[in-house]
Ligand binder design. Structure first.
Ligand code: NCD
Length: 530
């Protein structure tokens, strides 16, 4: 059987399916046991053991643990380990990330570990460098590991966090109850938990942070969509007084470097809400464990140092587990292990990407004689787009119809828009264009992206000859007027990398950016128009 892990990139935690992650944790346990018992044979099963196997670290943002644990993990493999010093690289001469990494791929490097402020960078690089490798007949496909991208995700931290929780839960996947405390707004390690914790069958998450540091709504939504029970508390104190207190607590540091002036002014009050105090101890349950991705601030740690020598300390083992997890990850991506994994069909969402979302229906089954009029005269030839933005206000519908017209190039010629109110009291928009050019597949795709849930009628000789119900497409790409609204995203035009925007549909009917994951409505995915 082929190894499904070979040359895989890990951009977000969900790039590995639930059963792949569960398999991974089993392997980490195996390796950890081998290392602890000094079992060389056991360790060798994981070792790539090839001095030509190139592992490249590129840290464009500061790091100690992630960078050093990966470097030590790479050295465990007896591989070639290199580091790009960003401060003296050509990125500072205006070179694109794609050009820089393409080149490094060409120098016989197979796995790249990348940390950056730019969100979605490794996803883009895995696509670009894959093409580069093909063009240049390289004997390998470079794989990318996201070691933290802006406020987005930190999938390898997620793996080591989960492994550590699992150790304390006797490797039982049936349920987890965890409190996430701290800077939930900026912290990418907690953002990765929205999908990461899906490895557990039942999940209860208590979010503890003042408003300014609360987790962005999109991640809370995602947690709920994933079936998690989510509770919110403004401070540790409020949680201890009112909450059903979890035994696992995951702390994060206030990420001052990512905060604006307004929040920085309030840092002391904010810090107080998320810092553990001695008088909180009696409220904790027997067997409670604290975790922290680290670093913690030497003067203002949210987990005070007097807790280091207590049973609560789970964060030191967690950081050590980081190296074990990263050894196993390199081993899998490098193809040394993974042959014995049996893929679970349907676990990767490529399966739903072929789904049809433009459904042709028989106009004869409907009101056959329905006449769409062009104000005064019935339309004999042309198109009518009906049911636009049903339920929105007339103002919103009017604005959006303007966007639809411009996205579909319907601004020229005759016709118009109107808003009607149905018997259910809801408003909807209608666009009609007599004598309109024929609609091709590409137009239908654009229509689905800009006006999902509408109906398209193609009228010839005074009759509705073709009728389509338009649903939300599972993916949108290849249109040059798309734009992710997150300026930290690799695909945002302000980054100048020329990355075409792409989106995929989320279960709750949003479009998530394929790179940075930001949620958009179908109205928000377009370049701003003058
Ligand atoms: C975190 C990170 O960089 O996202 N640290 C880590 O990787 N261990 C958290 C942080 O910087 O606060």
């Amino acid at each position: 059987m082929s190894n499904v892990f070979l040359s895989r990139s890990l951009n977000v935690i969900d790039d590995f399916s639930i059963s792949e992650r569960r398999y991974f944790f089993g392997k980490v346990q195996e390796l950890k046991n081998a290392i602890i018992s000094n079992d060389e044979k056991g360790m060798d099963k994981f070792r790539i053991n090839d001095p030509d196997f190139g592992i490249y670290e590129v840290f464009l943002e500061d790091s100690t643990r992630t960078k050093e644990s990966f470097r030590n993990a790479a050295e465990f493999h007896h591989a070639k380990v290199s580091e790009l010093l960003s401060s003296s690289s050509s990125i500072n001469k205006g070179e694109s990330y794609a050009d820089t990494f393409n080149m490094l791929s060409g120098y016989h490097n197979t796995i790249f570990i990348v940390r950056s402020r730019v969100e979605g960078l490794t996803r883009w690089l895995s696509e670009e460098c894959g093409e580069y490798a093909k063009r240049n007949s390289l004997p390998y496909k470079p794989a990318f590991i996201n070691a933290g991208d802006g406020k987005h995700e930190h999938p390898t931290q997620e793996l080591l966090d989960e492994f550590t929780f699992l150790e304390d839960l006797n490797m039982d996947f049936s349920s987890i109850h965890i409190a996430l405390v701290g800077d939930l707004y900026h912290g990418r390690t907690v953002h990765s938990k929205a999908d990461g914790l899906r490895i557990f069958d039942k999940v209860k998450v208590d979010l503890i942070a003042p408003d300014e540091l609360m987790m962005p709504e999109a991640y809370i939504e995602k947690m709920k969509e994933n079936g998690f029970e989510v509770n919110i508390y403004p401070s540790i104190e409020a949680y201890l007084k009112n909450g059903d207190i979890a035994k696992l607590w995951y702390f994060t540091r206030p990420q001052l470097e990512r905060m604006g002036e307004r929040i920085l002014q309030k840092q002391e009050i904010l810090r107080e809400a998320i810092t553990f105090r001695r008088d909180f101890l009696p409220y904790l349950k027997e067997g409670t464990k604290f975790y922290h991705p680290l670093p913690r601030h030497k003067e203002h740690p949210t987990i005070p140092t007097w807790l280091d020598k207590t049973e609560l300390n789970g964060w030191e083992r967690q950081a050590i587990n980081g190296m074990y997890c990263r050894i196993v990850l390199l081993s899998l991506i490098g193809g040394k292990i993974g042959d014995d994994y049996t893929p679970v069909p349907g676990e990767h969402d490529e399966d739903r990407r072929t789904e049809e979302y433009i459904i042709r229906v028989e106009p004869s089954g409907e009101k056959k004689t329905k006449n769409y009029s062009e104000g005064v005269r019935p339309i004999t030839d042309g198109i009518v787009i009906d049911h636009i933005c049903k339920g929105d206000t007339p103002g919103e519908i009017r604005d959006h119809m303007r966007l639809i017209s411009s996205v579909l190039g319907l601004d020229e010629g005759r016709g118009g828009e109107w808003i009607s109110r149905g018997s259910d009291g809801q408003y909807k928009g209608i666009i009609f264009r007599p004598g309109c050019r024929p609609f091709e597949r590409k137009d239908l795709k654009r229509l689905a992206a800009v006006a999902p849930h509408c109906t398209l009628n193609i009228i010839r000789n005074g009759r509705v000859e073709e009728k389509y119900r338009i649903h939300m497409p599972p993916r949108i790409y290849n249109f040059d007027d798309l734009c992710c609204q997150n300026d930290a995203c690799i695909s945002h035009p302000s980054n100048g990398e020329g990355v075409p925007a792409a989106f995929y549909r989320t279960p709750d009917g949003h479009f998530a950016c394929a790179y940075c994951g930001k949620f958009h409505t179908f109205k928000e995915i377009w370049k701003k128009r003058p």
